[in-house]
Design a protein. Sequence first.
Length: 246
Amino acid sequence: MTSEYNAAQRVLHKLKQDVSELDLLASMEDATVLQGAISQNLQTLSKRITEYRSVGRQEGNERKRTTMLNRASTMAEEHEQLKRRFEKIKQQRTLQTTHTEERNELFQRTHSGRAQDTAIVMDPQDEEAFWSRSEQALDGYIAQGMASLQNLREQRGLLHDAHRRILNADDTLGLSRSRVFRIGFKLLVAVHMFEAAAMYLVCRHIRRDQVQLSRMVELQYIGSTLVFGIFTGNVFYRQLVKHGIA
């Protein structure tokens, strides 16, 4: 009983010294070595306490058994306190190390920034990738626009027929040509307003200094043609349906 208790006490005493020393150490290299020793001693102490408690439970003398179990409980509490203190110290040192590294990195960046030009320069590879993505996106928009424009050209004959039928509405509906032209003028104004709003939304998301001028002009031409064709065709068709022409 005495030898096992003394062995546990020696480990416990060593742990108290090491944890206190770790709390005062300034060198991270020495602290790392000491942390390894403390972790090993914590495991050893836990094993010693378990063995001592097992021997105490087998003690035939009730008074001695009670004494041994009380000692085991006391050492277990001290072991838990030292373990929590050790974990707290490690956490503080980790935060301190992180703070020191971030501060040093910040100082290095500041010093490096003073030695270089203060202007922000885009990495050549990133710039090339950006232009490549921009060109691909514009090519996709233009291809879609050209396909829609071709579709509108194929329907141009139908739009002309619808326009002629509206101009001849004085024969079928009894409307004067002046009234028909006023309706057409209002539709034209609405078309241009809608076109201007649509092109504003498109150009708002495209910086003129990031795309070639020819690409921008081509995109604006296709966009305005699409808006005009779609809106005009929709209005003509609704008028034909409304008056029973279509």
